[in-house]
Design a protein around this ligand. Structure first.
Ligand code: NAD
Length: 243
């Protein structure tokens, strides 16, 4: 059993984690949410898990560093400043930070990287994601990561691409990556990367239908990160997916 502090416990992901905790050999010693004091739980836990709101991650990371506790971050939608603030604490504690904890999505990341390298610039990438109507950030953390993967595989800088296109007329530039975020209903999370080329197109799609996949990944990361050296880890490290 690993003892965890769960931040964002009343939310959709918080509840998904609590539902499987015992089966995943995890004891939740503190289930906290907005307005609760994390300190008593932090003292007791072996690792903290954050599935809350982007503003809450850096203050929790600061406390984890103070109490020497590893941190698993699932929250998305951080501003560049918030990302920088959180990243500072990777010099003090081990941290697993992933915008998507599902094994299938991490396989999608791998396949999209391969496809973007193999398919030439004449295959235009378009990224389509859909989530439930309550999701607070857009595009999703997963879409942002897919964008980074395509960008890296194509040697593009952020300035060379465009996030989405409004009313674009005329020819599509080869270096553009369209990002389309759809919101509605109770969709847990769909991501498609389309490479539209001359005479054919390839679509790689992942569809999540149960939050359990993210919860299981996060708890696997919590088990894994306890006792690891200080530093920043990705879910690929936990799943052994690095090339
Ligand atoms: P949610 O809105 O259902 O739940 C968020 C919870 O956080 C709420 O209970 C809210 O009260 C709480 N909260 C807000 N501010 C807080 C604060 N300052 N301190 C403590 N708690 C606070 O959202 P959700 O669907 O559970 O998703 C939570 C986060 O996880 C989102 O950023 C979402 O994008 C992300 N997410 C990540 C993955 C992944 O695999 N990494 C998967 C699903 C969702």
């Amino acid at each position: 059993m690993v003892k965890i502090l769960l931040n964002g416990a009343r939310g959709r992901m918080g509840q998904a984690i609590q539902a499987i905790a015992a089966a995943e050999e995890v004891e939740i010693v503190a289930a906290i949410d907005m307005g609760d004091d994390p300190v008593p739980g932090l003292k007791e836990c072996e690792v903290a898990i954050d599935f809350s709101f982007h503003e809450a991650t850096a203050p929790l990371a600061k406390l984890c560093a103070e109490y020497g506790k590893p941190l698993v971050i699932g929250t998305t939608g951080h501003t560049p400043e918030e990302k920088e603030a959180v990243a500072e604490y990777t010099a003090q504690i081990p941290m697993v930070w992933a915008g998507n904890f599902s094994t299938g999505v991490n396989l999608l990341f791998y396949l999209v990287g391969k496809a973007a390298k193999i398919l030439g610039r004449e295959y235009h990438p378009e990224l389509i994601e859909m989530h439930h109507c309550h999701k607070k950030d857009a595009p999703s953390g997963t879409a942002e990561h897919l964008l980074e993967i395509i960008r890296a595989a194509r040697g593009l800088t952020p300035e060379q691409e465009m996030h989405g296109r409004k009313g674009l007329v005329g020819e599509r530039p080869d270096d553009e990556i369209g990002v389309h975020a759809l919101r509605g209903g109770d969709v847990v999370g769909d991501h498609t990367v389309m490479f539209a080329g001359p005479g054919e197109r390839i679509e790689l799609t992942h569809k999540a239908s149960d939050r359990r996949i993210f919860a299981q990944g996060a708890l696997r990361a919590a088990h894994w990160v306890v006792g690891k050296p200080i530093g920043l880890y990705r879910i690929e490290d936990v799943l052994g997916l690095r090339d």
